[in-house]
Design a protein around this ligand. Structure first.
Ligand SMILES: NC(=O)c1ccc[n+]([C@@H]2O[C@H](COP(=O)([O-])OP(=O)(O)OC[C@H]3O[C@@H](n4cnc5c(N)ncnc54)[C@H](OP(=O)(O)O)[C@@H]3O)[C@@H](O)[C@H]2O)c1
Length: 293
């Protein structure tokens, strides 16, 4: 069988979905070509698990074309940073040239031409580019990753959750990176599964107060610290070190504050269990696996 190409396979801080997809496909005995940016210890670990590792920059067509040679199915993820549209264009062009039949691509829950954050609008454009390439694209429109919340818990010393979400009743649609990866791996392992071009993924819908409670129930108490947007921006720049990520999150928190508690997209989606094979992970389960203060 041809190898399945998985990008972001080293796994970063936003969800490590590429690393998880790689591991899940290898566990199923499927051949994986893991695309990494740097040939470091993470790449060595993937080799040890049985992956073929290729190194390159996703924004560079001379990296992407050879990586897709002989491939029929691929997982495409690119973190929230500069370069999403360049990377998507390179991937779409190469995938079309190589005749890919399924590309499972990570997008965001409310991707739309009029979405409330610039990066969500870029994700919608990225979806359009992949659709026009006719490579069997499935867009995983995922809710906020647990890992995103956990990153802030870490920044708050695992005692506070410093986040500008207004009143404790503000609602956040959530999912674990692991569930996104399970769905990705499921769809890549079995091309007969047909979620249609858009696959929405939300595993849990919690208020910010319930987010803090979930950590408490897992034995890692966390106090919600309702930052002002200005204070969050001041802290976020050194914390994330990435202007695109800060801009995106700044708009995202504002969107959640404005929505409050009710939105048509706020529902747990059946797709996680249908294509990922298990019920969605809960934040309490996730929090139990995180370091304690
Ligand atoms: N976080 C959230 O709350 C959330 C919610 C919904 C959707 N999403 C979507 O999830 C996606 C990100 O998730 P993820 O699990 O892939 O993030 P991640 O854990 O940060 O992993 C990103 C991977 O991409 C690699 N990478 C970065 N730039 C690259 C480049 N130019 N060329 C090659 N590889 C590159 C990184 O390598 P290095 O580590 O070596 O740099 C890393 O392995 C985004 O599309 C985002 O919009 C996120």
């Amino acid at each position: 069988m041809e190898p399945i190409l998985v990008t972001g396979a080293g796994g970063g801080t936003q969800g490590a979905t590429g690393r998880l997809v790689t591991e899940m496909l290898l566990e199923r005995g499927l051949p994986v070509r893991a695309f990494v940016r740097t040939d470091d210890e993470r790449a060595a670990r993937l080799r040890g698990l049985g992956a073929e590792v290729v190194t390159g920059d996703l924004r560079e067509i001379t990296s992407v074309l050879p990586a897709l040679r002989g491939v029929r199915r691929a997982y495409f993820t690119y973190p929230v940073t500069e370069g999403l549209l360049t990377a998507t264009a390179a991937f779409a062009a190469a995938a079309r040239q190589e005749g890919l039949e399924r590309v499972v691509a990570v997008s965001q829950l409310a991707a739309d031409p009029y979405a409330g954050t610039p990066h969500m609008r870029r994700h919608w454009l990225a979806e359009q580019v992949l659709d026009r390439a006719e490579v069997g694209a499935v867009h995983l429109r995922a809710a906020v990753f647990f890992e995103n919340i956990d990153f802030l818990a870490q920044a708050g010393g695992r005692r506070e959750l410093p986040i500008p979400l207004g009143p404790p009743g503000t609602v956040v649609p959530l999912i674990s990176g692991t569930d996104v990866a399970r769905v990705g791996a499921g769809l890549l392992a079995d091309p007969a599964l047909d979620p249609g071009p858009v696959c929405r993924l939300t595993g849990q819908i919690l208020t910010v107060a319930q987010i803090a409670e979930a950590y408490g129930a897992a034995g890692a108490p966390l106090e919600y610290l309702a930052l002002s947007p200005e204070e969050w921006r001041r802290r976020a720049r050194p914390l994330y070190g990435d202007d695109v990520a800060v801009e995106h999150l700044d708009h995202l928190w504002a969107l959640f504050r404005a929505i409050g508690s009710q939105h048509e997209l706020y529902e747990v989606t059946a797709a996680i269990e249908e294509f990922g094979g298990t019920k969605p992970q809960t934040l309490e389960e996730f929090a139990a696996s995180r370091p304690r203060p």
